[in-house]
Design a protein around this ligand. Structure first.
Ligand code: NAD
Length: 542
């Protein structure tokens, strides 16, 4: 039994706990591997019907699912908060609201975005040819999410997959199975055909069983280590994958930035969801001339935050979701201390007494104080590894070039932010940062803008979710090519002859230049070759 599987009492059960008070909140059976395969097979049968539905029918389902969510909003937010530990308000602001927006957008726009389109094919058009691209759904989309945004990430991906005409099997994180179950229930209440969105439960083995069952696409969100395992296993069946992995996201604050705003953004970006966001601010680089001022502003803001069980509306920071995460945070803060960095505030277990003295799951107290660290440098280990907890290390820079270098000096590249009043400088710096999303004077929240692509550079991932690019991951483009002059043989057909080779030279030097004038000069040779082929054909018939 590993740290993530603290819930498991029996082999075939996941027991879900409230991480703030250690109380059991429900149990769910683990889906055996053969049932996972059966779920994928059933989803494939459903897919064959679902892919024939109109966009109107798909839209009606997704909009109905939105209504179900709106009707049960507080209940869902409480469930998310209880199972993951995040504050109730944050569950609404950062999970429910963004996914509702994504759902209405994709429901309304998918038809237009996936409209068949003509493609210009240059001089082939002169030969009576035309090309059209149509978008066909993949089939079964297997969704394997992390626990940190257990509602919005899998539900948003499922809504996009279904709008594109796919069916879906979701394996929620073993830390948040009840939220995963709720997603299935929402689609059921919305009237989805049985098996269109199917939920299977379990830990890594169940995720592996889902990959092995060979859905047509895997949408994975989680750690780099698991992402690599999934990519390897998926390769066995050549299953296409989208991998949304870890981050170590930098925030660059220039001396001309609005420091008051930057401090507020840093606090929210580092500590929302107790720092357990893939796009959390995990490294803050500030110009040395304003470092002290920004640090004091940040520390003052942290002092105002209340930490506790997420069900109270005045709580800003809940517990960590698991002992595994807590241990990483403790290790990183200790490593910062040992490397000579200064703990400005925090740095230990939070003094929070709730229920069983805030002892969750294995009896470990999961509340960790929001921790601000100054004097960090890139050679310190926790500046290189993902922390995924409530820490905000601050480092300084002297020049724009140094800031860019420090920000890019990482294996990760998910998001980043640049803070300055000089927008030209902001854009110039943003374009040099190696990350999938870069904000100017904003942090973290772009996953919530479903209209835009989400994904990482470097070890932060492959492929995209959200936006047009994310939708394109859920379909296969099919090229339909038509020849409206199907009266004559093509000059490039067999048999090859010296005349053919001469014509091919002309294709290379004239036709392939893209110039209509040059290509006109090829016409006599082309006609000669076609006449030759027609004679050959006549001979062959004799
Ligand atoms: P994890 O890799 O431990 O687990 C993620 C999911 O994979 C879980 O559902 C788990 O059961 C499943 N899994 C584990 N082993 C598997 C295997 N061999 N085959 C198939 N599935 C398997 O990650 P986690 O601790 O749940 O999540 C934290 C990580 O997720 C962090 O690194 C964070 O940055 C990342 N994350 C990334 C994004 C993003 O959009 N890039 C979003 C959220 C979280």
């Amino acid at each position: 039994m590993n740290a993530v599987l603290q819930h498991t009492e029996h082999d075939d059960l996941i027991i879900s706990f409230d991480p703030a008070i250690g109380e059991e909140i429900g149990r769910i059976s683990v889906t055996p591997a053969e049932d996972v395969e059966a779920a994928v097979n059933r989803a494939r049968e459903v897919f064959h019907k679902w892919k024939t539905t109109s966009f109107g029918e798909r839209k009606a389902l997704v909009m109905k699912a939105r209504e179900v969510i709106l009707a049960e909003m507080d209940e869902i937010a409480h469930l998310i908060s209880r199972e993951s530990g995040k504050p109730f308000g944050e569950a609404i602001a950062m999970e429910i609201a963004p996914v509702l927006d994504l759902m209405q957008w994709i429901a309304r726009r998918a038809e237009k975005m996936l409209k068949p389109r003509r493609v210009g094919i240059g001089l082939y058009g002169l030969l009576g040819r035309s090309s059209k691209i149509i978008y066909k759904p993949y089939g079964v989309v297997g969704i394997i999410p992390a626990w940190n945004y257990p509602f919005s990430i899998p539900l948003g991906e499922a809504a996009m997959a279904v709008m594109a005409g796919n069916s879906v099997v979701i394996k929620p994180s073993e830390l948040t199975p009840l939220v995963g179950e709720k997603i299935g229930e929402i689609f059921e209440k919305a009237g989805a055909p049985d098996g269109l969105v199917h939920i299977v439960h379990g830990a890594g083995e169940t995720g592996a069983a889902l990959v092995n069952a060979a859905p047509e696409k895997i949408m994975f969100t989680g750690s780099v280590a698991t992402g690599k395992k999934i990519a390897k296993a998926a390769a066995e069946n050549l299953t296409s994958t989208v991998l949304e992995l870890g981050g170590k996201d930098p925030m660059i604050v220039f001396e001309d930035a609005n420091l008051e705003l930057a401090a507020g953004a840093a606090v929210w970006g580092a500590f929302c969801n107790a720092g357990q966001s893939c796009s959390s601010v995990e490294r803050l680089y500030v110009h040395e001339s304003v470092a002290e001022e920004l640090t004091s502003l940040i520390v003052a803001k942290v002092k105002q935050l209340k930490q506790g069980r997420g069900d109270s509306e005045d709580i800003s920071i809940g517990p960590m979701s698991s002992e595994r995460q807590l241990k990483i945070v403790e290790d990183h803060v200790n490593a910062f201390r040992e490397s000579g960095a200064t703990i400005e505030i925090g740095g230990g277990s939070a003094d929070v007494l709730v229920g069983n003295e805030g002892k969750a799951r294995t009896g470990v107290h999961l509340f960790y104080e929001p921790t601000v660290i100054s004097g960090a440098t890139n050679d310190m280990r926790p500046m290189r590894e993902e922390t995924f907890g409530p820490t905000l290390p601050i480092a300084t820079f002297k020049t724009e070039e140094e800031a860019i270098h420090l920000a890019n000096d990482s294996e990760f590249g998910l998001t980043a932010s640049v803070w300055t009043r000089d927008y030209a400088k902001g854009r110039r710096v943003a374009q040099q940062i190696e990350a999938g999303s870069v904000c100017i004077n904003e942090v973290l929240y772009t996953h919530g803008i479903g209209q835009t692509p989400w994904g990482g550079f470097k070890n932060s991932g492959r492929g995209r979710t959200h936006g047009l690019e994310g939708l394109m991951e859920l379909v296969q483009p099919q090229h339909i090519h038509t020849n409206r002059l199907a009266l004559l043989p093509d000059a490039w057909w067999m048999p090859y002859t010296p005349t053919a080779v001469e014509t091919f030279r002309g294709f290379a030097s004239k036709f392939a230049s893209g110039s209509i004038i040059k290509t006109t000069a090829l016409l006599p040779q082309l006609l000669k070759r076609i006449r030759e082929l027609m004679n050959v054909n006549r001979e062959a018939k004799k």
